[in-house]
Design a protein around this ligand. Structure first.
Ligand SMILES: [Ca+2]
Ligand SMILES: [Ca+2]
Length: 118
């Protein structure tokens, strides 16, 4: 996911404006998954971004003031370091949102040791 450096994109009928930085979406990473759900049950949708090896996964809690605060450290016990996609839903019917991340760490760590970012 690229944050904050994308120019305004216009098509003939639809216009998109990048509001990532004003909304508090400040962290770059190799984003491969985005999930939207009300994780803290305050009635406002939150965003879960899963990243591959360069950055951690980020949980953006809706601050109800037009933006989000990155709060993965206080809301999650741990995150994957090689995340692919994610999904959020009530998978076990207990009326609480569950979060699932697909991790792609290979069985051997040869590839990880060759990575220049580690
Ligand atoms: Ca929420
Ligand atoms: Ca559940």
């Amino acid at each position: 996911m690229s944050v904050g450096n994308s120019p305004r994109i216009e098509t003939s009928k639809i216009t998109f404006t990048n509001v990532s930085l004003p909304a508090g979406i400040r962290y770059d990473g190799m984003g491969l998954g985005v999930g939207i759900a009300d994780v803290n049950e305050d009635g406002w949708e939150d965003i879960f971004v899963t990243n591959d090896f360069i950055a951690n996964d980020y949980l953006y809690i809706n601050n109800q003031q037009g933006g989000f605060d990155q709060m993965s450290q206080t809301h999650l016990d741990h995150v994957s370091h090689f995340s692919m996609g994610n999904d959020m839903a009530d998978f076990n019917n207990d009326r609480l949102i569950d979060m699932v991340t697909a991790d792609m760490l290979p069985q051997e760590n040869v590839h990880e040791k060759k990575c220049p970012f580690r």
